[in-house]
Design a protein around this ligand. Sequence first.
Ligand SMILES: *[C@@H]1O[C@H](CO)[C@@H](O)[C@H](O)[C@H]1NC(C)=O
Ligand SMILES: *[C@@H]1O[C@H](CO)[C@@H](O)[C@H](O)[C@H]1NC(C)=O
Ligand SMILES: *[C@@H]1O[C@H](CO)[C@@H](O)[C@H](O)[C@H]1NC(C)=O
Ligand SMILES: *[C@@H]1O[C@H](CO)[C@@H](O)[C@H](O)[C@H]1NC(C)=O
Ligand SMILES: *[C@@H]1O[C@H](CO)[C@@H](O)[C@H](O)[C@H]1NC(C)=O
Ligand SMILES: *[C@@H]1O[C@H](CO)[C@@H](O)[C@H](O)[C@H]1NC(C)=O
Length: 769
Amino acid sequence: MIFRILFLFLAFMATNSIAVADQQTYIVHMDKTKLKVSIHSHDRSKPWSESIIYFISEASMQEEEEKEEILAPQLLYTYETTMFGFAAQLSKKHLKYLNQVDGFLSAIPDELSTLHTTYTPHFLGLDNGSALWSASNLASDMIIGVIDSGIWPEHISFQDSGLSPVPSHWKGVCEQGTNFSASDCNKKLIGARTYFKGYEKVFGKLNETVSYLSPRDSEGHGTHTASTAAGNVVKNANLYGQAGGTASGMRYTSRIAVYKVCWPKGCANSDILAAVDQAVSDGVDVLSLSLGSDPKPFYDDLIAVASFGATKKGVFVACSAGNKGPSPSTVSNGAPWIMTVAASSTDRSFPTEVMLGNGKFFKGTSLYQGNLTNQLPLVFGKSAGTKKEAQHCSEGSLDPKLVHGKIVVCERGKNGRTEMGEVVKVAGGAGMIVLNAENQGEEIYADLHILPATSLGASEGKTIETYIQSDKKPTASISFMGTKFGDPAPVMGAFSSRGPSIVGPDVIKPDVTAPGVNILAAWPPKTSPSFIMNDKREVLFNILWGTSMSCPHVSGIAALLKSLHKDWSPAAIKSALMTTAYTLNNKGAPISDMASDNKAFATPFAFGSGHVNPVSAFDPGLVYDIGTEDYLNYLCSLNYTSSQIALLSRGKFACSKKAVLQAGDLNYPSFAVLFDRSALNANVTYTRVVTNVGKPQSAYAVKVKQPDGVSVTVEPRVLKFEKVGQKLSYKVTFLAVGKARVAGTSSFGSLIWVSGRYQVRSPIALTWK
Ligand SMILES: *[C@@H]1O[C@H](CO)[C@@H](O)[C@H](O)[C@H]1NC(C)=O
Ligand SMILES: *[C@@H]1O[C@H](CO)[C@@H](O)[C@H](O)[C@H]1NC(C)=O
Ligand SMILES: *[C@@H]1O[C@H](CO)[C@@H](O)[C@H](O)[C@H]1NC(C)=O
Ligand SMILES: *[C@@H]1O[C@H](CO)[C@@H](O)[C@H](O)[C@H]1NC(C)=O
Ligand SMILES: *[C@@H]1O[C@H](CO)[C@@H](O)[C@H](O)[C@H]1NC(C)=O
Ligand SMILES: *[C@@H]1O[C@H](CO)[C@@H](O)[C@H](O)[C@H]1NC(C)=O
């Protein structure tokens, strides 16, 4: 009845009718505690979200006296597990009525997120027979939910040989669809669902000749990430002989549940939310999201909101940091409850050598596998065509007469690197050199070219140009040296998104780095391995790079830790991975950064706490735990309003009026400190609580590496534990000393609790505002 009254009241209130506004998808957050009263009094047989849609539909029709054509609001999804709300197609007018419904919190327009690749287990210290991969440790059942572009279920990586029956707590299903039936699931791939309602509202009906309307993957990305997290063991996996060896996921006995949300043009947030919500209620243990959008406040960031709900239910969430580096403050998915993963190299590479006619030679990289080319005529793309685009070897820009039988130098531009190769090949070229532009520096990518081709860094460009100009008959040859090991590694990928986080600057983001450069993993045979439509090669494994590839490494490792430590919270698992991460490379030098052509060391704003080290994370000594309430207090300290916080707390939390909350007090396993640059002798003190998960009786002594310009004091300097599970707190004070600083600059240090073989390390990043 209350509902009816509200409805009449609104109809009466209606003023001049507004023209029918364009509809749009909104993600609507509701406060469940305030909702019950009004909504269900209307019609108890209807689900609450339908009642609301019914109400706003009726209300806006009533208003429309001129009988203009009105689009009815349309409900796409109801969310109840990780957030409380729904997604619907609404007009501006519908929104107006929605605003009047009790419990309404906010309506956020739907947006697109974008998708941001095995030798890596060995690089991570996971070898057959090692403690973490021993049979008894792998026996338990972990389920990893992969929110991505689907999966190729027949792939050998997803065979279920040797696996026990599906865990009894699993409630998910295997949805039928185009070229996908329930029997495509097995004891490895235990769930598969598809979400596209939100996507179709933006882009119209999906083209079924391009995309399967089912969990089947036509992009390749989802198959790749799923196999990295939990693919079964495949002997002799390789890509045309490159990167050969045994391929396997980080936790190859984990089960995979696939939630397909990404389509050719991206992934709608309303679909992602529906998938995360369902995955958590299906019973996943870990969620892996290799996608994201630009950084936003946490209440506006739907992946952050859904991840918060998932974390609260004990699900570990790992997300990619993004590929927008090396510019600062590009990191996405930076909520403190999310494990934000950066990307770095392994010591494996695919080197090539380019030899000029004058005897000069350069090192490059390529996945092309073939013999040394002849010494062939060499030409710049920009002098081999009439159009300006010839510089980037775009389609139709090259003159076949000028490129026939030659090696063509193409500068990286908007078009794909392998696509440039196709253009050169179509024009009759015999080979290609992909040259970085000046601002792309020396970071080069190994690609699966369709002709003999290699990438070279920007610095080679000038030498080649001078040579071509000075020589009447310039020539070059390319030799392909196969797969090599032993490079200094890890090195941070220049592309990997960087901190500091603009949304939550009191927390260092990203959290850790993991392998994300030249990663070999499963690939659907029907999907072009070079992303060129006309490339009909079929491969079982493909090599990709990106934080998309590093994220599932961490998801798989988290499943490994969770199965060994069933009582650890997601925050405890995160802490273990962070405090045991390493910052030195395989040569004993600090990890360097591709963004500086390896000349400078990487900082915590590139790799967070360092490179994940699963073997040490298994036994970290101490953990920094964080509960739901701690996260909410953190949001209070960011001065979020009560309705903003209600999106995450779902209405059952009020910020304390008494306590002075400092964002830096969140019990995070790292320290981000902000100081006003002019405030000499400014100081802040933060409290941390550590839980003993190592030896019952142990004493930890603190070791501090002071950041430049700051004095760090810790109180007490020794923590004495009597038993496992015991919690002890300490205070750390940062005092600015010395001269005034330049705004935006940072200095770095660390705080380590040491006891015997345990080294519980937290990085310190100090930034002057
Ligand atoms: C480890 O060895 C066992 C027994 O030989 C085998 O079944 C398993 O596939 C191996 N795992 C890897 C990753 O090679
Ligand atoms: C459907 O899947 C099968 C594998 O089960 C594959 O051989 C076939 O090519 C697929 N059809 C299409 C249209 O992709
Ligand atoms: C679907 O995609 C195919 C292949 O790209 C194309 O030929 C066809 O025109 C598309 N159909 C529609 C309805 O866009
Ligand atoms: C490389 O050279 C060898 C012998 O000269 C030849 O048998 C082989 O087919 C060549 N490979 C390719 C990919 O051209
Ligand atoms: C929140 O508000 C308090 C009091 O106005 C202020 O001191 C503090 O700097 C604000 N914090 C943030 C993160 O804006
Ligand atoms: C820290 O700052 C407070 C004021 O905020 C001041 O009272 C105190 O003396 C400072 N401590 C040190 C060691 O400078």
